[in-house]
Structure formats: structure tokens, C-alpha cells
Design a protein around this ligand. Structure first.
Ligand code: URA
Length: 441
């Protein structure tokens, strides 16, 4: 076997075998295949695609390129969720303690944000002292003692994906469905999970702009997980407008806490209830939480009773975070400047472009354009209106939290194009567009 043969085979639209894919992933990770040959193969995959079996082989080869976590000392069924990322998406912060409050242990590794999509770790680091880099022993100890742990991803999980992602980024091969699906799923499979709820977003603020693209990605990931012996479900959710009110790290932590106390904005509340109900359904393995409607009601109760908040509080304490910032949200990082953006005319909100709000948040310093960039946890935007709302002239549409006048100006320039009004009534956007179960694929 050699790389030239593999490249030519894929170039000529033939399927690669399991051993050929293992050869490529294994040798490339070990530094035995040069970047120019790996790039050529990635480009051939980009144009020719991969069938279901090839995509599963690629995912498994990447997952097995490093440690495969075994969480059986923590739980006999590890449940996880993955969001394809979006503006104002603080779902993980809410849903994990919510599910843990049902006695389902949560041991999750999460990522950082790049571009305008904020990462869960960046949000958690808005809390003083919260340790995201844990040793494997600490990770397991917190999970066992607290019932919930949420840390950064260990570098020893799926190292092949890390290496290939860097190469894809500079060779124009990121936007390939089998490469994206295998990249995401390799990390999930290596993280020791038995069941995974995928929250695949679609819309202008999402990776997948159209519903058809989101459905295709979700289907590919559900198939990979199913073929690898995992329980899978994917929810297709809206990302045309920001999720919730808050966009920006500390603002999102505050909104997550409010939602965990049963006082969050209606959209993020309902979104999280749905994701949590599906996680519990999988974790119940046909014995508990089989009725989605009843489970939703149970989840609502866990929010109202404070049980979910209690688990969040415990998690922050176990990670060394300052719980006083959770008990009193005014103690979270606060920006120096606040600017209200007012409606210049009356009408109905026809669009609040999530991507534009995301770029404006980035301009304030809340995110990073490159991996190394430091971020400002205090800054961000509160978006008070949703598509379908009516507004009067002078109504406050958004509050911008900034620490620098120039950054505020840059954000305002972007935000001037973020809202569209219509004289006609506008229907609200749905939260979800559909559910993909493994048996449907
Ligand atoms: N996220 C990933 O982890 N991998 C991709 O290829 C794209 C998004």
C-alpha cells in the first residue's frame, strides 16, 4: 500500500477500504506521510465524497489515533451532547446540570470558540478560578464526587483530527461533509460516550446555512454513531437569530444561571428543555423517560425547583470557580461602557441576523479570530427582540457592553445592518425544524 495509490483511487471515485483509511490516518498522525500527499487525498475526498462505510472507517481511525476514554468507573451509560455552534448558544451550560440533577452522571469535555461562535470553555472562564484544564484523575474524581464535570478536551483524544483539521484549514478542504462529520464524531467517540444528542444548527449564524445542508450533516453523524454502536439522535435547530438574549461570555453565564433558576428567556428555556428531554430519553435506555411529553414536564420542574441550579453551583465549586459570582450575577465581569440601540422606526421584526450580531460581538473582543487571541469576558450584546415582535420607534432593541470606544464604534457600524423591519406582520421563527433518529437514516 502506498499513498499515491490511495490518492489515485479516490481521485478516480473509488471507495477506500478500511485498511487503506487506517493506513493513511495512522501514518499521517505518526508524521510518516508528507503534508502534500495528505492534502491531495483530502482534496480528492472533498470532490469525490465518501460513502457511509468509508466515513465510519475514517471516524474510527481518527478516534482510535489516541486514547479512547473509558468512563465505566463513573457511569454505566455516558450521555453527551454536541452543538454545531451558534450565536448566543449557551445550551451546554444549562442542559448538563439539568440532566445531572436527574441522577445521570455527566462527564464532558468541551471546546473553545473560533470565529463568531462562542465556546463553552470561554464562557466558563468568565467565572474567576474555574479550572478547565484538568488531569484525567481530577476529571474522574470530580465526576464521581459531584456527578458533573465539564472540562477542556484532553490533547490525547483523537490527535489525528487535530492534525488533519489544521491541514484542512489551509488547503480549502474544511467544508466537506464526510470530513466535518468524521472530525466531530471522532472526538465524541473517543470521549467514551454511549449516547449522543446532536444539536445541528441551520441559518445565517450556523456552519450549515441551509436546512438541507444541516439535515445532510446531521444524518451523516447519526449514521456514524449508530454504526459505531452508539445511541444517537439529532435535533435540527434554528440559528437565523441569536439564541436567548445574551451574546458574550459573562452575559451568557448570567443568562444560563437565570435559565437554571427558571427565569430565562422563553426561547433558550424551551430549547434546553427539548435537548435535556432527548438526553434523558437516551440515558433511560427504554426503561425510564420513555415519554417525551412527560419528560419535558419533569425537566420544567427541575428548572423551577432549583435542582438544576444546585448542580451548576456544585460544578462551579468543584472546578474551583468563585460561586459568589453565580449567587450574585453582578459580580461577574462587567463592561465599562453600555450603549442602547434604539428602533428608528416602528414595524415588525423581519430579521435579526445572527451572523452580524456574532461579528459585532467579535469586534467588541468577546471572541477570537485566531486560536491564540485573548478574549474579553465582560463584553457582548443583549438582543431583546425576536423575529415576529412588533416594535415602536424609540424601543430599545439591544444593549451593547463594551470596554473600548473604538470597538464599540466598530460593533455599532455592523449592528446598523443587523435588524430588518417589515410593515406587515411576521411569523416567529421555529426553534426546531425536525428530529433525525438513527432508524430514519
Ligand atoms: N468542527 C469540528 O470539530 N470539525 C470540523 O471539521 C468542523 C467543525
Amino acid at each position: 500500500m502506498n499513498m499515491v495509490e490511495l490518492i489515485e483511487k479516490k481521485r478516480d471515485d473509488h471507495a477506500l477500504s478500511r485498511s487503506e483509511i487506517q493506513y493513511f490516518v495512522g501514518r499521517y498522525t505518526a508524521g510518516e506521510i508528507p503534508d502534500y500527499q495528505a492534502s491531495a487525498l483530502l482534496m480528492a475526498i472533498f470532490f469525490r465524497g465518501m460513502d457511509r462505510a468509508e466515513t465510519v472507517h475514517l471516524t474510527m481511525a481518527m478516534a482510535e489515533s489516541g486514547d479512547m476514554l473509558d468512563l465505566s468507573d463513573i457511569t454505566d451509560y455516558a450521555i453527551d451532547k454536541h452543538s454545531s455552534g451558534g450565536v448566543g448558544d449557551k445550551t451546554t451550560l444549562i442542559v448538563l446540570p439539568l440532566v445531572a440533577s436527574f441522577g445521570v452522571p455527566i462527564a464532558k469535555m468541551s471546546g473553545r470558540g473560533l470565529g463568531f461562535g462562542g465556546g463553552t470553555l470561554d464562557k466558563l472562564e468568565a467565572i474567576t478560578g474555574y479550572a478547565v484544564n484538568l488531569s484525567e484523575e481530577e476529571f474522574r474524581r470530580i465526576a464521581r464526587e459531584t456527578g458533573i464535570v465539564l472540562s477542556g478536551q484532553s490533547k490525547s483524544l483523537a490527535p489525528a483530527d487535530g492534525k488533519l483539521y489544521v491541514l484542512r484549514d489551509v488547503t480549502g478542504t474544511v467544508a466537506s461533509l464526510p470530513l466535518i462529520a468524521s472530525s466531530i464524531m471522532s472526538k465524541k467517540l473517543a470521549a467514551g460516550t454511549n449516547g449522543i444528542v446532536l444539536d445541528v444548527k441551520t441559518g445565517c449564524g450556523a456552519f450549515m446555512k441551509t436546512l438541507a445542508e444541516a439535515r445532510a450533516l446531521a444524518t451523516a453523524m447519526v449514521q456514524i454513531g449508530f454504526d459505531a454502536g452508539r445511541d444517537m439522535v439529532a435535533l435540527l435547530s434554528d440559528m437565523n437569530q441569536p439564541l436567548g438574549v445574551a451574546v458574550g461570555n459573562a452575559l451568557e453565564v448570567a443568562e444560563a444561571v437565570e435559565t437554571l433558576r427558571g427565569q430565562g428567556p422563553a426561547d433558550i428555556h424551551s430549547h434546553c428543555v427539548e435537548v435535556a428531554a432527548h438526553m434523558l430519553r437516551l440515558a433511560g435506555r427504554g426503561e425510564r423517560w420513555t415519554n417525551l411529553g412527560e419528560t419535558r414536564a419533569d425537566v420544567e420542574r427541575a428548572l423551577r425547583s432549583g435542582a438544576a441550579y444546585e448542580f451548576f453551583h456544585r460544578m462551579i465549586a468543584a472546578h474551583g470557580g468563585d460561586v459568589r459570582q453565580i449567587e450574585d450575577l453582578n459580580r461577574l465581569p462587567q463592561a465599562r461602557l453600555r450603549h442602547d440601540l434604539l428602533a428608528r422606526e416602528s414595524g415588525n421584526i423581519a430579521a435579526i441576523y445572527a451572523d452580524t450580531v456574532g461579528w459585532a460581538t467579535l469586534a467588541l473582543g468577546a471572541g477570537r479570530a485566531t486560536k491564540e487571541q485573548a478574549i474579553d469576558h465582560a463584553v457582548g450584546i443583549q438582543v431583546y427582540k425576536s423575529v415576529g415582535d412588533s416594535v415602536d420607534i424609540g424601543d430599545c432593541l439591544m444593549t451593547i457592553h463594551a470596554n473600548d470606544e473604538k470597538q464599540l464604534e466598530a460593533a455599532l457600524e455592523l449592528l446598523a445592518r443587523s435588524v430588518e423591519l417589515s410593515a406587515e406582520p411576521v411569523d416567529p421563527l421555529p426553534l426546531f425544524y425536525g428530529v433525525i433518529e438513527a432508524e430514519d437514516t
